[in-house]
Design a protein around this ligand. Structure first.
Ligand code: HSE
Length: 405
């Protein structure tokens, strides 16, 4: 029987206890033995919970108990989650987590400690909630070269953009709805300014290329500047505006890594992902494109992913050859997104027919009702577009077009 401790008894922590209790028979079938929650660390008391007798407030009880060989960290935030994770690994315990902030910021160091001590540090739930993307990348796609990863990695912003597209409501109204429904993070800036998606694409980049960058140092743009008029005109141009996390390798070997609202053509399956769902489109040299789709947040989907890491650990003795080995991002330069060649959608207030001509736009739509126009400019760079807009004394919002190859 695997004896474990949960750190944090909030949404994901209590969901994890629920999954272990409800599906103990399935877990036993997978592991040959079950999982027993011995302790739950939280600042609060939970007198009405069936787990009330497992609540502890002193982390040393867990660290000093040799029977506990696995710790599940679901506290959120960097500290003390990082410190507790490091202490557990140093005490020779495996750690599983849903905490994308800790994985994205400290993953390289924590994986090195885990490897040195022959224990696991697994984090399936940190990206895409319940979607089994990290295990698929680590195992099923292990022999493929990953050409690119594009993902809708934040459910809250996808909900907001879906409401703007389908119901024509403003960004502010849609955000307020998302908050009422409990989708948005406590600080909505983590969602709407792209930081949550940045942490997740940094983890996907590390999985794809073995190189971890600091999520605070990659180019990140959120969705606050997206207007209903842009969304409507994008639809007329056959695109949906989505917040995309992107990583790829360019021809010079530099890493492309950014988060930005993009125009996603209808031919790209990511354009059809609605509401709080997430989708990750991987493109690999042998398999080609594969779409991972599902619930990227929520109590039980995320908890299910946490428990899947536990069952993996219960069934596989530590093997350094299959563990993650990341290096620090300073070893490979990031590409400058302003120099990346792509198609772009340019949205302007007013009927910008002259601008469309000056930019050599391939498609142009205008709306006399809303007073905005939009165009697609093919095969250019953001830098060239910015220069052309400056010389035309024009103001515009630019969206990169994310095509399928
Ligand atoms: N706030 C996040 C989202 C939760 O909306 O996707 C899951 O990381």
């Amino acid at each position: 029987m695997l004896k474990i401790a949960l750190l944090g008894f909030g949404v994901v922590g209590s969901g994890t206890a629920e999954v272990i209790t409800e599906n103990q028979d399935r877990i036993r079938r997978a592991t040959g033995d079950g999982i027993e929650i011995k302790y739950i660390l939280d600042l609060r008391e939970f007198p009405d919970s069936p787990f009330a007798d497992r609540i502890v407030h002193d982390y040393n009880i867990i660290l000093n108990d040799p029977e506990v060989t696995l710790v599940a960290e679901m506290m959120g935030g960097s500290h003390p989650a990082y410190d507790f994770t490091k202490a557990a690994l140093l005490a020779g315990k495996s750690v599983v987590t849903s905490n994308k902030e800790v994985v994205a910021k400290f993953g390289t160091e924590l994986l090195q400690i885990a490897d040195a001590l022959g224990v696991y540090y697994l984090f399936e739930a940190s990206v895409g909630g319940g979607i089994p993307i990290l295990r698929a990348m680590a195992h099923d796609l292990a022999s493929d070269r990953i050409m690119s990863v594009n993902g809708i990695l934040n459910g809250t912003t996808n909900y907001i953009l879906t409401r703007m597209v389908e119901d024509g409501i403003s960004f502010e109204a849609a955000l307020s709805e998302a908050q009422q429904k409990g989708y948005a993070e406590r600080d909505p800036s983590a969602d709407v300014d792209g930081h949550d998606a940045a942490r997740k694409i940094v983890i996907l980049c590390a999985m794809a290329y073995g190189v971890r960058y600091n999520p605070d140092e990659i180019p990140v743009q959120g969705i606050r500047t997206v207007k209903v008029e842009h969304v409507k005109l994008a639809a007329e141009l056959g695109c949906a505006i989505k917040l995309i996390g992107h990583t790829a390798k360019d021809a010079q070997g530099k890493t492309q890594l950014w988060v930005a609202p993009c125009a996603v053509p209808n031919a790209n399956p990511l354009s059809h992902i609605r509401d709080v769902f997430n989708g990750i489109l991987t493109d690999t040299d042998m398999l080609g494109q594969t779409m991972f789709y599902g619930r990227g947040a929520g109590k039980l989907p995320t908890a299910g992913a946490v428990v899947s890491d536990m069952t993996d650990i219960a069934t596989h003795p530590y093997d350094s050859a299959i563990a993650q080995h990341w290096v620090d991002g300073s070893v490979i330069e990031l590409s400058d997104p302003a120099l990346e060649i792509s198609d772009y959608m340019v949205c302007c207030e007013g009927m910008a027919t002259k601008l469309a001509e000056a930019l050599g736009a391939a498609h142009f739509v205008g709306c006399s009702e809303c007073g905005y126009s939009a165009m697609i400019v093919k095969n250019t760079t953001r830098k060239a577009l910015d220069a052309a807009l400056t010389s035309a004394r024009a103001c515009a919002t630019i969206y990169r077009v994310v095509c399928v190859m």
